[in-house]
Design a protein around this ligand. Sequence first.
Ligand code: NOJ
Length: 539
Amino acid sequence: MSNHPDRTSEWWREAVFYHIYPLSFADSDGDGYGDLDGIISKLDYLSDTLGINAVWLSPFYRSPMKDWGYDISDHTDVDPIFGDLSTARQLIAEAHSRGIRVIVDYVMNHSSDHHPWFIESRSSRENAKRDWYVWRDSDQDGGPPTNWVSVFNGPAWTLDEMTGQWYRHTYLPEQPDLNWRNPELVEAMMDVVRFWLDAGADGFRIDAAHQMMKDPEEKNNPPVPHDFQPAYKDMGEYDTFVHLYDLGHPDVHDAHRGFRTLLDSYPQQPISVGEIHIFDLSEWASYYGDDLDEFSMPFNFHLMAADWNASSIRATIEAVHRTVPAGAWTNWTLGNHDEIRIASRLPEGHDRLAALLLLTLRGTPFLYYGDELGMKQTPVSAQDAKDPWGENVEYLSRDGARTPMQWNPGPNAGFAPDGASPWLPIPDDYKSVNVDTELAESGSMLNMYRQLLDIRRESEALRLGSIIVHSSSSDDALVYGRESDDQMLTVALNFSDERMIVPTRPGRIIFSTSDPKRADVVLDEVSLDRGEGVVVCHS
Ligand code: NOJ
């Protein structure tokens, strides 16, 4: 076990995280892109209106924006679109003064091709930084060294004409892979970690964390068998191969242990949440580390992969809790900047059930900006498209989940000053789906989230208590108990289109997704409207 003083009292176990995509949260200067000053101006919303405890900021570093910030050309500077370093420091300080922790994105797998390290690396085969990236000769037929394809489709190798070798890129050709088997590169990347922790950051979300170590023998991936079904979503050409050799080689764990050792030397108990898109549960859980010495938590995407029905979600919750190692903690999420928005992915009205789940399961919830308003996937025309993934495969475009936050019914939904042109379109429904309008409406999605956040804040059973998932009385009902020393709650969700009666113990309803005033006393059963979820308090 690593030497951290007390793992069970880590601050982030009880926190609710809110994920901000900085390009789309608030544009203070009218250039159409969100910025750090914009985020600062909305901190009161996060602390007072919502009462969340931590934010995760997607990248705001210097970047040519080929993958909208996930292609970094300077890890320790802020892109002028977003502001500057002093604004980043001010943002962290102002968030802290409101009791909000700040975690930032750490893109381990790759940099931008405009990063000075890559510019040097590609300048000649003899350059001192040549080995900071992955360079290989052609295969015997003059083609790329392996058959590996990039996540964004197309070959994962690009030939550099000048030096006659191929460099590897798990994503765009403009995102060359860093070579984590080179100790100098590792040290340079550790300096990046130190830089942000010294600046006051409370931890990191680690991008593509399982992809960075590939098989050293670099064998070709086999094609998928005919009956293969993607565990998650259909990723196009990427899904035509079994990814045996181009991700997750065992030494990935050495890299993450080194990273964790550095994090644990800082006083702020930094959190690390690894983006691990692996759906084999035991392999997924291996990213906690054998001695809980890797990530604080691998991101838990299992709810996103589950079918949206009570039995599949029940099985997922139980399987995750059975797999999380003793002493460790998990998290739950249903949306982020890479996924179709919850309100469009789920059946009508079920985004309310999603909120109830996220905020009452045992584990740290990660909410995605705008989901608390019920923002839907925005249709984005080919002319307005921005996401490089959508350029290659249209249905994979992530633009629709990244459109500007809807603050009010005024011009540009309050995201940008009047007259500005937001970088992505704002949907017509913003006149009703926005913060100001919803705050004024009892029963709005926003007020429902606020009620749930209040209940969670006040309830130790929900924040830290045990969970017992009840065996089912119906295929459409999901029922679980949450319990602490002095409180016992039951959460019951009706996934069907019919009213239903669910057995329970005596208590009082303290929350309903359908009726903010519902507060009836129940004896041995509770009646649930179609698509309704409730919390019953028994003590
Ligand atoms: C995962 C990030 O969430 C996604 O937005 C990005 O495009 C890729 N990694 C590459 O960094």
